[in-house]
Design a protein around this ligand. Structure first.
Ligand code: GAL
Length: 838
């Protein structure tokens, strides 16, 4: 059990301290006229301002206070006033020499890859491989601490309002200082938190915000990044306002329509009791207002009160994978007749059910969960993803036929769930710390409160391969305590945990849906023994493969892209899917993983490998061959995909293994026009041939009911001649955040991708955009991601271009010595800015 040694400690460690709760409600900037009244059209009682732009950043030092801006010199770690905590916390501190950065920001991605100083070359694994060889940790004090500074003005007119800072996620162990006062500390790298700064603000003047982030320790066994890698918001409200994450919409669907239970928590931070009215208005997916309701109560000073209402919608539009219809609940708060707040919460109406005998049901219809597990990093940006990249990744998975996503092993960025809601992708939402201590419960609570209105979320996962808990009575006690919290906060979703052995023991009977990591063949005996418990493959597969690689090279860290290689605890794609596809009682499975990720560089767990190779796609999102296996068996369009490439000079006459992933009845293979035989396709498997190599072309023709339906070809290419450049979208928003995902293909004179091309591509931009990262999917590449050039890997590389706030054409040119260059234009169109702190 390799996971025991490698991860046992980290996975069972529940270490960290809890902090206040933060919401992720979509907030309206101005309260529109409340339904059913013509008075009180007061503008904007709540402001939610993006605080991402215009920060300064500098590395600190984990051991030397002098190089850590004096932090710790005075031992004033909890100074309640003044700037004694650090020189950098003083408003007068000169940060003009610090780097100018915008959030989201991951400083680790910009650090070099550093091999272990004392690695044992004979050892099978290098412990530093887990985090992707980035110099973080106690050995690297000079690159493990990050300091962020920013100042912002608050008008005198804000006095009397409540002001807070909302952090969506900081990796990790951070201290937030405003005007010299510590206003929050947070050790979790994954849950949102907020800092109520009302009492510390300099009204009518400048405010100095400083965040110290300590990424010395990690929380997982994979790349986790470092820094303020999700959004930060400045939130201003009236003293009487809706509590963050305190608004919930639940629905029950029956013949009479949808019964909606609405509830919203309101807090009165004024000094006098308030007669509060909560006005609910439901907006249909087309934007029309379909129902209103209101409820009134007195809220005492300092009190938080829940406002509840039941409503029936006669003919609701259900949220489904094909048609992810989203409703909105506008909740207006009135205090003594004055509108003091409005929040808008997006929700969907759907039913879910896990049936131990028949699997998962969405809206009463069986849906096999065709899922992937994923970590949160992407090429070029590490863990600091602009919002669009979350959607880009979900789109790629959907194109493959996937309908489900597991957020391994932590609560995701809120934008990931927004994308799943919008695009139609089901989610297992997983907490990081399986514990019933204050920290574990705090993380779980914040995850559920934040995420419980997302229709995409169908399961809460309380843990992953917790070696000390999963098979023990202690674990069962912890699981019961966590389940109680889940049920109290959200009685509508079942819970699961990902177990890798000891099913039937420990936490297993506590779970509503028992998760199987690998060992998919053990679900059947479990099901026979425990027919009353629903089952799911929480981790399945997983084939390790290098994109475009068909000859293993241990020294370089490359493994073949046929569906043949897998670690001892895992299986091929065909092996697990063949089991799950045919057994209705298994709700589905989640492949480990959809995308390659940094760190945990299996199967070569040491230098020079820096990324995992479990992905069905590489770190850029370029499909590997198994992508087409899943596409063939997870969706209905005809698929014929041929591998490998057909450039094998020097191997003339030698047998080459040729595979085809297809969902048609049969496939016939041709070499230079000569048939190599017809293969009947057996469901959930591939077909293959051995073909003596001759330059030219192989072609696969796929037939259904005797008719040619689809084909695929691989041709022996000429040498690299030119660059082909494309973008996922021709038009992006000029809002300082949106990105275009660029792909470079190196092609020969006839436009065919040269399968081993490795030319170094330089990206040049003119117009209002910048390259924020590059990559190529090579699991052993040590080239920087923060650069404007990248070598192609097996013919491809990627760049991410971000718009500024200036509209106009962004022209990107890609050049390489000896190749004809390419250029494209991405239009940055005028776009509404989300309100931000200037
Ligand atoms: C699992 C674990 C994952 C990943 C995977 C690699 O045991 O839950 O996080 O490490 O193994 O195969």
């Amino acid at each position: 059990m390799m996971n025991f040694t490698r991860r046992g400690l980290l996975q069972s460690t529940a270490a960290i301290s809890a902090a206040g709760s933060l919401n992720r409600i979509v907030t309206a900037q101005a309260a529109a006229e409340p339904p059913g009244t013509s008075e009180h059209a007061a503008p904007g009682p709540r402001e939610t301002l993006l605080l991402d732009f215009g920060w300064r950043f500098h590395l600190g030092h984990a051991q030397d206070p002098a190089r850590d801006f004096g932090f710790g010199l005075s031992q004033k770690t909890y100074a309640k006033s003044g700037a004694g905590v650090s020189d950098a916390a003083a408003p007068t501190f000169d940060d003009s020499g610090w780097a100018k950065i915008d959030l989201p920001h991951d400083w680790a991605v910009a650090l070099p890859f550093v091999p272990s100083a004392n690695a044992d070359p004979k050892a099978e694994e290098d412990p530093r491989a887990e985090h992707g060889f980035k110099p973080l940790g106690r050995e690297y004090p000079e690159t493990s601490i990050g300091w962020y500074r920013r100042s912002f003005a608050v008008p005198a007119s804000d006095l009397g309002r409540r002001l807070s800072l909302a952090f969506d996620g900081v990796f990790r162990d951070c201290m937030v200082v405003l005007n010299g006062h510590i206003v929050a500390t947070q050790s979790s790298g994954y849950v949102p938190f907020d800092a109520d700064i009302t009492d510390f603000v300099n009204y009518g003047g400048t405010n100095t915000l400083v965040v110290r982030v300590d990424a010395t320790l990690g929380e997982g066994w994979y790349y986790e990044g470092a820094g303020i890698y999700r959004h930060v918001w400045l939130v201003k409200t009236d003293a009487v306002h809706a509590v963050r994450d305190g608004t919930v919409v639940r629905s029950a669907v029956n013949a009479g329509g949808a019964q909606l239970s609405l509830s919203s928590e309101v807090v009165n931070r004024s000094d006098t009791p308030k007669t509060c009215q909560m006005r609910f208005a439901i907006e249909a997916p087309n934007g029309s207002q379909v129902r209103t309701a209101s409820v009134t109560a007195i809220v005492a000073p300092g009190q938080t009160k829940m406002f509840e209402k039941q409503l029936t919608l006669a003919a609701p539009q259900l949220w489904s994978l094909e048609s992810p219809a989203l409703y909105a609940l506008a909740a207006d708060v009135l205090a003594d007749g004055r509108v003091t707040d409005r929040i808008t919460t997006t929700f969907g109406i759907r039913t879910i059910r896990f049936d131990p005998a028949l699997g998962f049901f969405l809206n009463g219809k069986p849906v096999k969960l065709k899922g992937t597990c994923n970590h949160q990093d992407h090429v070029g940006v590490g863990s600091a993803l602009p919002d669009r990249i979350h959607a880009f990744r979900i789109e790629k998975l959907k194109e493959m036929g996937s309908n489900a996503y597991r957020t391994a092993h932590n609560p995701p960025a809120p934008e990931l769930l927004d994308a799943c809601d919008r695009l139609g992708m089901l989610v297992i939402d997983e907490t990081r710390t399986m514990s019933s201590d204050a920290e574990g419960i705090g993380q779980l609570t914040r995850m559920i409160r934040r995420d419980r209105n997302h229709p995409s979320v169908i399961l809460w996962s309380i843990g992953n391969e917790e070696q000390a808990q999963q098979g023990t009575e202690l674990g069962a006690r912890i699981a019961r305590s966590m389940k109680q919290v889940c049920t109290a906060l959200d009685p509508t979703r079942p819970i699961t945990a990902a177990m890798d052995h000891e099913w039937g023991k420990g936490i297993s009977p506590v779970l509503d849906v028992v998760g199987f990591n690998y060992r998919t063949d053990q679900i059947e005996p479990f099901h026979r023994q425990f027919p009353q418990q629903a089952t799911i493959g929480t981790e399945t597969g997983s084939t390790v493969s290098t994109r475009g690689c068909y000859v293993r090279d241990d020294a370089k860290g490359y493994v073949v892209a046929y569906d043949t290689e897998f670690p001892s605890w895992a299986s091929t794609a065909e092996a697990w899917w063949s089991i799950v596809a045919d057994r209705p009682y298994i709700a589905g499975g989640f492949v480990w993983t959809g995308f390659d990720y940094r760190g945990e560089p299996t199967p070569f767990n040491k230098w020079p490998s820096v990324s995992s190779q479990f992905g069905i796609m590489d770190t850029c999102g370029f499909p590997k061959d198994n992508y087409y296996y899943y596409q063939a068996w997870w969706q209905d369009r005809p698929v014929v995909h041929l591998l490998p490439h057909w450039n094998w000079p020097g191997r003339e006459g030698q047998a080459i293994k040729v595979w085809c992933h297809s969902n048609l009845d049969s496939v016939e293979l041709f070499l230079n026009g000569q048939s190599q035989g017809v293969r009947k396709v057996v469901a959930n498997t591939h077909v293959e041939w051995e073909v003596p190599y001759r330059a030219g072309a192989i072609e696969a023709k796929g037939y259904r009911n005797g008719a040619l339906v689809a084909s695929d070809r691989r041709e022996t290419t000429g040498p690299a001649a030119s660059i082909r450049l494309s973008a996922d979208r021709q038009t992006i928003d000029a809002n300082g955040e949106d990105v275009a995902m660029l792909m470079v293909e190196i092609v020969d004179a006839q436009g065919r991708v040269v399968p081993d091309a490795a030319d170094s591509i330089v990206f040049r931009i003119t117009g209002p955009g910048v390259v924020i990262g590059v990559g190529n999917g090579d699991p052993s590449s040590h080239e920087p991601d923060k650069a404007s050039q990248r070598r192609a890997f097996n013919g491809l590389c990627a760049a991410i271009v971000q718009a500024s706030r200036q509209p106009g054409p962004i022209r990107i040119e890609a050049t390489a010595p000896g190749l004809a260059s390419a250029a494209i234009v991405v239009a940055a169109q005028p776009a509404a800015q989300r309100p931000y702190v200037a």
